[in-house]
Design a protein around this ligand. Structure first.
Ligand code: MG
Length: 256
């Protein structure tokens, strides 16, 4: 199935390949908004005292975030002059850009109990910051995805691990998936199978232009990348190509 919409582009850990930004910084979120990308992705871990922070790795300066109190890590710098951002600060900043989707990756935590607390705390913060219309969820934890689906049934929730076929996800009630591009290139029928089951497809993390184009032509709905400016331009030109194709009366090859 080819959709008639250009693939929506998501900046992986924000748009960080620019002056003054690093991955998962507030600055990378601001830069994602500035370039007009569909969404800005970021990673969330919760501390022992239940403060969610934005960070990709489970540890920061060798300290396990889940085992630490927030006070003990709050002053740690992330490399661009910013301190470790809290999710609250991140969402408050994101709320300034209502057109920007906030692609919240809630990381797997040490136990299902901790994950249940993390889900509740994150949803409370979303409500407090009024960012409900902007946030979309992704997670490698099926437990987290299931809980988010149950508590936020109308919200996009995409499972990341790539080990569940689209028809199985559909049977579980999922409307989105977000799988590694290698998996989708290997399981090429999964994009079609997802669409046939009413599931929208995101893919991570695609930085190669040839692979971007290939997946866009296959009809992926979203593409997550560290090269969002290039991907946005490619998405626009790819949809133009798709639109021209059916109307070519003489079967000539459209310009690329
Ligand atoms: Mg992530």
């Amino acid at each position: 199935m080819k959709t008639d919409q250009p693939t929506k582009i998501i900046a992986h850990r924000g748009y960080w390949k620019t002056e003054g930004a690093v991955q998962n910084s507030i600055r990378s979120l601001q830069e994602a908004a500035r370039i007009g990308v569909y969404g800005s992705e970021f990673d969330v871990y919760m501390t022992q005292d239940e403060i969610p922070v934005v960070h990709h790795d489970p540890k920061i300066e060798k300290i396990d975030i889940q085992g630490a109190n927030y006070e003990s890590i709050r002053e740690i710098g992330i490399g661009n002059g910013e301190k470790l951002p809290t999710l609250e600060a991140y969402l408050k900043e994101g709320a300034k850009y209502p057109e920007l989707k906030l692609i919240l990756e809630l990381k797997p935590h040490h136990s299902e109990e901790t994950e249940a607390i993390a889900v509740r705390v994150v949803l409370d913060l979303i409500e407090q910051t009024g960012t409900g219309a902007q946030v979309e969820f992704i997670s490698f934890s099926m437990n987290i995805c299931r809980q988010l689906r149950r508590l936020m049934p109308d919200h996009p929730v995409a499972y990341l691990r790539g080990d569940v076929a689209p028809d199985e996800l559909a049977a579980m009630g999922f409307k989105y998936l977000d799988y590694n591009f290698v998996k989708l290139l290997w399981k090429r029928s999964w994009i079609r199978e997802a669409h046939e089951n009413g599931i929208r497809v995101n893919t991570w993390t695609v930085d190669n232009r040839v692979i971007m184009r290939k997946l866009m032509r296959e009809g992926v709905d979203y593409l997550t990348t560290n090269e969002p400016i290039e991907a946005m331009a490619l998405a626009e030109s790819t949809i133009a190509h798709r639109e021209i194709m059916p109307d070519e009366p003489d079967g000539s090859t459209p310009n690329q």
